[in-house]
Design a protein around this ligand. Sequence first.
Ligand code: AMP
Length: 541
Amino acid sequence: MLGLMQNQDLSISSLIDFAQKHHGDVEIVSRRVEGDIHRSTWATIAHRARQVANGLDQWNLGSGARVATLAWNGYRHLELYFGVSSSGRVIHTINPRLHPDQIVWIANHAEDEVMCFDMSFLPIAKQIHESCTTVKHWVALCDADKLPTDTGIPGLLSYETWLGQQSTAYAWPTLDENTAACMCYTSGTTGHPKAALYSHRSTVLHAYACALPDVMCLSARDAILPVVPMFHVSAWGLPYSAAMVGAKLVFPGAALDGKSIYELLEAEKVTLAAGVPTVWQMLLAHLKTNDLRFNHLKRTVIGGSACPPAMIHAFNDLYGVEVLHAWGMTELSPLGTLSTLKNKHLSLSDEDKLKIRMKQGRAIFGLDFKIVDDNGKEQAHDGKAYGDLWVKGPWVIQEYFKQEGASPLIDGWFPTGDVATVDADGYMQITDRSKDVIKSGGEWISSIDIENIAMAHPEVLMAACIGMPHPKWDERPIVVVVVKPGAKLEREQVLSFYEGKIAKWQIPDDVVFVEAIPIGATGKMLKTKLREILSTYQLPA
Ligand code: AMP
């Protein structure tokens, strides 16, 4: 017997319709590439999203056609998010920090038909437009009077000219909820990047999940500032969740330095911000140098790479901001787990609470995980046993775009490539990417643990731990350190800092001081590059 309830497909258009109808006056604030602050509302975003849809219809763009963006976080990007997907096309956000050759490869692989770019990326557009063989329309995300005449890009339109020609009336089509809506390529540190293709259904379910109280706890009382780029896994789905709950959105544009972010957080009374650890490091440095405090910020979601405990401590204990440590990946839309305390933890000491907050967190309803050994056998949830982390759920990929039939799944589970432990309370902790695992004398050493300890040293700005070949132990860890500006640090001081914090045999064999650690396009440390740089390095005898 079937239930007797209405059967309504989940759709991205319902999110923007809802935000327009019930939260139409809520502000969307953007720092523009030009530097000024622009103010819009959910109602205006919805009108302009419909103009986008009419503009795409006028170009006879078919359903499923890919509309690419090379853009910072801002109101125009948000309009494209909703206008493109709600009209049945696919928004394909490209990371502009990639090498132009990679952007060309991705645009051709995705068969993008439209390319919308911020003026900061005009030099890239000029460089690549002849090689992007499927792109028929180039749109500069700027006012008509900001469009240079001599770009060499045939038919280049300003976004405002394009939109100005369109009606704000548009009836969104009724789409099957499994229709493709958004496309993101993985960082692809080896080989060509691969594309995750999210559906309306997966995007809406992911938006619900993010908003849950034990996840990001989003509501109509929040002002959300996604520092995490809209070109990196849909800014962790925040634009969709914000529409779902009617929250205010504050976009930082290209200005991601500590001072600019701090000014926006304060001026726009931001309650929740989200980003990778490297961005928060700049913000915390700005606060410390200028002896500032947060007057409105309550929570900050930190993920994308392991959040050092020293950063959690600084936010929580020095500035009264709750850190929500999150783990996810492109293939997961991206949210997988997030660390919030349970009722029984509330009476713990600050130190014990920190031990929980530094884990990557608990499962969110909808997304299941398990840790397995090399034979796929599930490992104990005792906080000690390590295993490969496998996940499944309605916002996890089934297949990569154009690799249909070559399923990455094993018995229905997606192997994440991460190695983790899970404790008795269900908190998952990433110890490594499987390719970064250090195996010394048959025992695993967590590179993240080694990095976290070094990062807690007051003179250390950044630390990366990698394994080096060793004749007796197979591999031994070394720690690569960048010291804070003006600070002085000796090898022995770093090594003695580890004493008593981890087992003796886990302490790195050496410290290598460098000016900078290579960072990839999504703000993560590039250990592959670091290994290349240290290819001639020899462990001390
Ligand atoms: P991407 O698909 O580029 O977002 O990268 C996903 C990968 O980033 C994951 O598989 C993890 O290796 C890493 N990652 C994401 N969040 C965290 C976190 N909180 N702690 C440790 N690693 C993380």
